[in-house]
Write a protein that binds this ligand. Sequence first.
Ligand code: PEP
Ligand code: MG
Length: 911
Amino acid sequence: MAVQETVERKYVYDFAEGNKDLKDLLGGKGANLAEMTNLGLPVPPGFTITTEACQEYLATGREPDGLADQVAAHLAALERAMGRCLGDPDDPLLVSVRSGAKFSMPGMMETVLNVGLNDRSVVGLARQAAGSGEQADPAGADRFAWDSYRRLIQMFGKTVCEVPGEEFEHALDDVKRARGIRDDVELDADDLRGLVDAYKKIFRKHTGRDFPQEPREQLDLAVRAVFDSWNAERAVLYRRQERIPASLGTAVNVVAMVFGNLGPDSGTGVAFTRDPASGAQGIYGDYLANAQGEDVVAGIRNTIPLQELERLDKRSYDELLDIMARLERHYRDLCDIEFTIERGKLWMLQTRVGKRTAAAAFVIAGQLVDEGLIDLDEALHRVNGAQLAQLMFPRFQLDHEFQAVARGIGASPGAAVGQVVFTSARAVELAAEGKRVILVRRETNPDDLQGMIAAQGILTSRGGKTSHAAVVARGMGKTCVSGADALEVDVPARRFTVAGQTVAEGDVVSIDGTTGNIYLGEVPVMPSEVVQYFEGTLDPERTDDALVRAVHRIMGHADQRRRLAVRANADTGADAARARRFGAQGIGLCRTEHMFLGERRELVERLILARTDDEREKALAALLPLQRADFVEIFREMDGLPVTVRLIDPPLHEFLPPLEQLAVNVAVAQERGEDVAQEEALLAAVRRMHEENPMLGLRGVRLGLVIPGLFAMQVRAITEAAVQCARDGVTARPEIMVPLVGAVQELETVRAEAERIIAEVVGGSGVEVLIGTMIEVPRAALTAGQIAEAAQFFSFGTNDLTQMGWGFSRDDVEGAFFWRYLELGIFGISPFESLDRDGVGRLVRIAAEEGRAARPDLKLGVCGEHGGDPDSVHFFHEVGLDYVSCSPFRVPVARLEAGRAAVETTGSDSR
Ligand code: PEP
Ligand code: MG
């Protein structure tokens, strides 16, 4: 034997050589088959070809050196274990060749069953099937063998050699028609023998060669087809949607065939160890006697509930239940299972930690703690903020009266009901009349934006989770179902058809953005119990609602474990109160600009139009008591907790009427000979203040430096409100925040004036006011060391930091072209939704480190939208911020994720 010079890479693992932690290498299916084998469970013998072999094959276009020999060695071992040889003419071993990536990609890749059958071994298989059955049935055995053979040619032809599947279907239909039968199972052995001939001809016609008779060649070609299926179009699409890296590749499992279709004492089924919908304990599953797995999937025959297996085959049933209990204890989680019974002998074909609904995730985690299988840290790790957010949306109250008429992709969660409209303009029109509408389109484009804003929900017949409709709807927090391809949308005719029914403009539909279900008519909507719990109207100690009890318990643990405080962004007393009920520990951003709207707009106009100091001071003096009253209201609600008030940020011309409208008004009034002096002055001011890029113009701290007295008035209102509260026994803890600072000198100027006013107002009241800044301009992040000298706290404005970091106009880009960026994979999620760790995150990290180096007690928080985004919360925990601040509704999500971040061990995999 030649001496090997290099150690050959191991590409093939016997099931006994792997374990459940080797998913990267063996894929999910292979790793779990290995685990079950090592637990001593009845798994048909087999081996797994690694994902590394697949990666090399995909990179080079050929199987890696050594793979063929390793497969031969493992096949020989398998043959020894089974006492049969692959494709042996007298007593053949058959194998299945199954894909299995690290993350489950249901139905996306290929499987070939019955490999090893050929013109000779089919006869051996029939003999073997007839010989070992309880009820000897040579005709049935013959039928079984030829049916298995025709299935192999069909599956092999289609997946390995790209023979069009319909050709096989047609040939099958022809035989059935000729024999006057409807069901495949009525075909007898002669029919199937004839069908094998027909299939072989189809195979030859399309491939130019005969169906391969050599078993090993069949095996090698099937393995190659599974490798290739990693790059099949649907698999690529699925990966993009689920954000599964394209580099992973799939493993291939070669498993000895066991047959569930050998007679009434055989069958196949699926089972869950608990209810994956509600989390309830019990036995959940389906069974189909005398069938193979693909028959269950094809839905040709009706399955029976798993419990009925007890009556049919008590021994296998008891064994299965015993195995299910063992698997749960072993995996310490809900498992799902596929099994086959071959003539009264149970075989486990697959298990994995099962997917579940958001509600079941919480309920099961709580149950497993009760059962002593996991601790609370682990329970916290097993749920996530996205699931909690899902549970906080209102839901449809569904009873049997409502059947979904179609199902699309749940692209943006929530339950929306409304009249169908087909154009953006019509949506806007009806919404203006106070009607609720659902905008239905084939797919949306940026011109639909107004309609999307006006609608309750969006329904499209095309596009996936990253389509324009989906991305924009998620950004708006609006319910969206996309890609409902059962809908024939006819926009010019203003109607769509689905399942033979026509839905015209004005008809009511209900769409569920979580499940993707579409209902005709109005489905009643009910509020979420979880929100009722957070609101304090549902007592977790008293309710028998298992979900609420589980959420309460896990949230309590998250609060105990988290290091990050959670605050809310709130501008009114009502929002502040809700935030507090939801567990906010302060206000991280009170935007003061809403206080300049409504009837106060006129005062702002006077301020902007002031020609003299006196006029300006009068306008500011009129605004002062109004602002003070606003702050008093918020401070009262947040008694004892910090409240960060941001000085005015948007450009002042935003508070004036739009230029075009004003110009038209003035022209019309002039035409009528009316006195337009005031409007003209306003128009002149608007023209003067007009900016091409207002987001980069006169806003934030720049306003404070340019408009005398504006910031001073706000600082005075904040401090006076705090002093007034102190007098009333309320503890106000104001933190004044200066927006859009880029240089320390800006902050120093504002700060000097603010400190003077604060000192004057505070007197002996004991009120303490902090002064800090937002970090939202890249230059501020890069000069944070200097800025920290003048700031008691930083709050990262990651909305602007993302806008200026990427140069993306935050008001335009998401609707305009992000769908394309997502499609191209430039990013997997909008950086306005989830923080871009590499770029914008780096700015945050630098500023946090350099700020703290300059001032060790610098308080650090974040108040951009990212403060409520699960993944971003983990990042903020990592970089050592003190708190995150987000909208009141997202406070519970941030609390949960901050807890998860604290307990998470590196490298854990929460998928
Ligand atoms: C930010 O920029 O992140 C921020 C919170 O401020 P605004 O969204 O008001 O610009
Ligand atoms: Mg900002």
